[in-house]
Design a protein around this ligand. Structure first.
Ligand SMILES: [Zn+2]
Length: 92
């Protein structure tokens, strides 16, 4: 049981790291509501993966390189949507 919880926390850490990297690379931006939105910039996405590779090589990743890559892909995929509050404000 304890191990399952640790695994969950490790995945959360990876996700947090992926979000930070995506923000650093400008592959996503945070709207005023705290939603991460994709900037739709292929170069920025490549930069995010490059930063992730560097951090992995520097031993800053608590997991496999692919796990961090997958986490980044997930952040980018989720950011491809839109913030409900932002689109609502745009309409008002
Ligand atoms: Zn928003």
């Amino acid at each position: 049981m304890g191990q399952a919880k640790n695994e969950m926390m490790r995945k959360e850490d990876l996700r947090g790291q992926a979000q930070r990297i995506a923000l650093e690379a400008d592959a996503v931006e945070e709207c005023p509501h705290g939603t991460l939105l994709s900037t739709d910039d292929a170069e920025a996405e490549n930069r995010a993966y490059a930063i992730a590779t560097n951090e992995f090589k520097a031993g800053k990743v608590d997991g496999a390189r692919k796990e961090l890559m997958d986490a980044i892909k997930q952040v980018l995929d989720e950011g491809a949507g839109e913030c409900y509050s932002c689109s609502k404000n745009a309409r008002d």
